[in-house]
Design a protein around this ligand. Structure first.
Ligand code: ADP
Length: 507
């Protein structure tokens, strides 16, 4: 490691190599249940593709595992820490170039470009395009798309907005995907597929390469934004909500992905648990009622939004109004915006936000959180059953339930926030078993997670087990072929390649 460190200093200069104790503390997942399992050996900060290549050469020479991060704000999923303790974090947050095609609304971004950076760029240049931002917009636009993050506009499935990448492969070669493979092609950000196999998704949630540039599509600023915030009274209303909204989403009357959330969304961001009760265990119905009264909300709430031409939105709004009205809501609050009016800061308008993260202070002490997020069918009965199973587990483990059901076009992502107080040893002692229980419950239904924390990558990868883990074998074969020395993020998404798999008896 000392030799590797000196070699890194030789190629980058000592000012970009961080191996002191304090540096290592910076690259640690402070939100994790078990942060000690992911302590890095150090970090390097690169500023160009050539520097990435130079680091990759050193890593191959010394068999040094690197963990590439963009801005490292993947909070709840690992932050800026590596899967494998002792890795060197490859920090690309200083690479912040933005190339903007103002006609097509496409960008080429480097890893360090955050949502705030891109937002500021758009404001500064008065460009008629909107972002899609996640609830924690502190991170990188590229990094978030690489972990399949989501937002709330019609461009909310961020990984679908990717159009062409530049990637440094584990052997140091630089490849451009899609039309970027064609020298001088002016269509790199226009047509995502190129010729032959498509590779963009191969570099998403994987460890096959280091992405140094990403093309992405942005939404043209709509003429009008209309919609409604809707509340429903009872837990079992989840069924009618899903069965009402899902067909509209599939038909593309709704083009954004609404997310149904429970009363905890408001309570955990705007208040602390001690404001409501000093009793341990999951919140009882009496407290839930008090929370709902204070915020004037239902058991579930959902915001529906229409984007585009005003005439089209008005027609679509009438369809929504009838459908939702027939579903028996507690309340419907309409909302409307037209181009030129001041814009509300929210996920619906693609403005960057960080306040939803204050939910980690719910229990007090040092807050942390992880997410349990299975993909489930777009079906009211099945979603309700999934909710009931999960809610019963939250009660069994004495944890407060924060759940949401976000619509894709053909699926639902059931995100369950697991917020905790790291200073409460009794609570921390329960979290791991609780999480594993939820994974097992979902597995029994055939539901797999879309994304997970570093601690659970092998567990989740294991649950994708068709034909005795054929997908894992394929991933490992590709990994071993591209990265025989195992230098890029060993263990990411449960892919180890030639490196020993923990628990296999070979490590
Ligand atoms: P953000 O700051 O947007 O939250 P991160 O930098 O935390 O994004 O990245 C999210 C995950 O994606 C990381 O854990 C890492 O495994 C992977 N990743 C991030 N950037 C890159 C990259 N440029 N190349 C390859 N993988 C990356």
């Amino acid at each position: 490691m000392d030799q590797a460190r000196r070699a890194l200093e030789a190629v980058l200069g000592a000012s970009k190599v961080f191996f002191e104790d304090l540096d290592r503390l910076t690259y640690q997942d402070k939100f994790a249940v078990n942060d000690a399992a992911h302590h890095p050996a150090g970090a390097v900060a690169v500023e160009s593709v050539e520097e990435v290549q130079a680091v990759v050469r050193v890593a191959n020479q010394y068999r040094l595992p690197l963990f590439p991060i963009s801005r490292g704000k993947n909070l709840g999923y690992g932050g800026n820490a590596p899967v494998l303790a002792g890795s060197v974090v490859l920090d690309m947050s200083r690479m912040k170039k933005i190339e903007f095609d103002e006609k097509l609304g496409t960008v080429i971004l480097e890893p360090g470009v955050g949502f705030y950076d891109l937002y500021d760029y758009i404001q500064r240049h008065r460009l008629p395009f909107w972002l899609s931002t996640p609830g924690n917009s502190w991170g990188s636009v590229l990094g978030n798309a690489l972990d399949r993050g989501v937002g709330y506009t019609p461009y909310g499935e961020h990984t679908k907005n990717i159009c062409g990448m530049e990637v440094v492969l584990p052997d140091g070669d630089v490849v451009r995907t899609g039309m970027g493979a064609f020298s001088g092609a002016p269509t790199w950000q226009a047509y995502p597929f190129g010729f032959g196999p498509g590779w963009d998704q191969m570099f998403v949630q994987s460890n096959f390469g280091i992405v140094t540039k990403m093309g992405m599509w942005l939404m043209p600023e709509p003429e009008s934004l209309m919609g409604m915030d809707v509340e429903f009274d009872r837990p079992e209303d989840l069924k009618v909500m899903i069965d009402t909204i899902a067909p509209l989403r599939r038909e593309r009357v709704l083009t954004q992905s609404p997310s149904i959330g429970n009363w905890m969304r408001a309570a955990s961001v705007l208040t602390r648990r001690t404001d409501w009760t000093d009793q341990p265990g999951a919140l009882p119905d009496s407290v839930i009622d008090a929370i709902r009264r204070r915020f004037n909300i239902g058991w579930w709430g959902v915001s529906l939004r229409l984007y585009g031409r005003e005439d089209v939105n008005r027609a679509a709004y009438r369809i929504l109004e009838t459908a939702i009205g027939n579903a028996g809501p507690l309340s419907i609050k309409p909302t409307e915006w037209k181009r030129g009016q001041p814009l509300e800061y929210s996920g619906w308008t693609g403005t960057p936000l960080t306040f939803p993260m204050s939910n980690i202070n719910w229990y007090g002490g040092r807050g942390g959180h992880i997410g349990f997020s299975p993909i489930i069918p777009q079906d009211g009965d099945l979603a309700l059953a999934q909710f009931r199973r999960t809610y019963a587990r939250y009660q069994e483990y004495g944890m407060d339930y924060q759940g949401s059901f976000a619509f894709g076009e053909r699926h639902m992502t059931n995100v369950n926030a697991m917020v905790f107080n790291k200073d409460d040893p009794a609570m921390m002692g329960r979290i791991d078993t609780f999480f594993r229980q939820l994974v097992a419950d979902a597995k029994a239904q055939g539901y797999g997670e879309y994304r997970t924390h570093l601690d659970y990558m092998d567990l989740v990868a294991d649950s994708y087990d068709f034909n005795n883990h054929a997908l894992r074998r394929l991933n490992d074969k590709v990994k071993a072929a591209l990265d025989p020395n195992g230098i890029i993020a060993p263990g990411k998404s449960g892919i180890w390649g030639n490196a020993p798999r923990p628990g296999s008896g070979t490590e």
